[in-house]
Ligand binder design. Sequence first.
Ligand code: GZL
Ligand code: ZN
Length: 373
Amino acid sequence: MKKKLALLLVAGMTMASLAGCGGNDVAPADAAPAEEAPAAEEEAPAEDAAEAEEEAPVEEAADDTAAPAADGELVRVGFAQVGHESDWRAANTQNYQDTFSEANGYELSFVDADNDNAVQLEAVRTFIQQEMDYICIAPIETAGWDTVLQEAQDAGIPVLIVDRSVDADASLYETQIGCDMVAEGEMAGNWLAEYLNGEAANILVIEGSVGASATLGRTEGFNNIAGQHSEWTILDSQSGDFTQAGGQEVMESFIKSYSDFNVVVCQNDNEAYGAMDAMDAAGITYGVDGDVIIISFDATHDGLQYTLDGKINCNVECNPLQAEFAAEVIQKLQAGEAIDAQTVVVDQAFVAPGIESQYATTMTQEVLDGRAY
Ligand code: GZL
Ligand code: ZN
């Protein structure tokens, strides 16, 4: 039984509730007051009038993630993970392994699909054959999921779509949990507009993995803002596959083709590290004291260290500590309770010291030390 979209409050209160689930510290007092989340559209038509009345409560993070396997049996969960392409992914995987532990009442079967769609589909079909109690999928790509989701539903196995999203009928899975990638892209664009304050920009974009909702959303969001600025030109946009090697390779090819760029948007931190390596090798300066503005996504520990050091100008967070929300959905399904069709995990942005922004928190050592990943 699905309820309407439950948006985690984006005000400070949410940071507190996120903190309750192993998230990061509550944003510092000077954090930009997050805008009220837009009113949620009806996510999935309520199954009956009574349900339509039920306002989706603000999700308080599960205060514990123990599974309620009534019969004492472990709850068997199959998790088909994207891969191990980035520091963000490593933190997300660790969070799932910590949360879906035997001590918490779960038996987790974990498959690292190594960014290979065929491997990921195969993993899900294996979970179906093994008659898992639940299947979690962090989809490498948004496309191609209808058939296998139908197979899981026919087998009576509830599926949770986590981290990213799929282009499939929402009736084929229980819930979607993840960050709002379009909002992240718009956050980056809004910050850049504030920072440039009308100055022209020649922008290069190192995109994430082709077909991933993180890539599609961040690109769409950033372009929504870029379209409002005729003084901006996006010179080129290529996929660095969310890896450091990919970021370096794309940046090296960009440097060969373009000499007048002053902004590089990297759709995750690992690509930013590769781009910095390539610019170092070419003698191109970047960051708050350099010629090129770097925008990154993920706000992982190392990414925020570079931001604190002024090498990355703006870093938009996408919180990887999401397993508690998946555990909460499973607990509710175990108890036959209604669940939320979608859980939006809250993000914020960070900027280098010396930069004041209405959209982002200025990095300090204290902010870095307070991070949970
Ligand atoms: C975002 C996640 C993305 C990260 C990358 O939710 O799907 O995939 O931004 C990771 O680091 O590879
Ligand atoms: Zn403008």
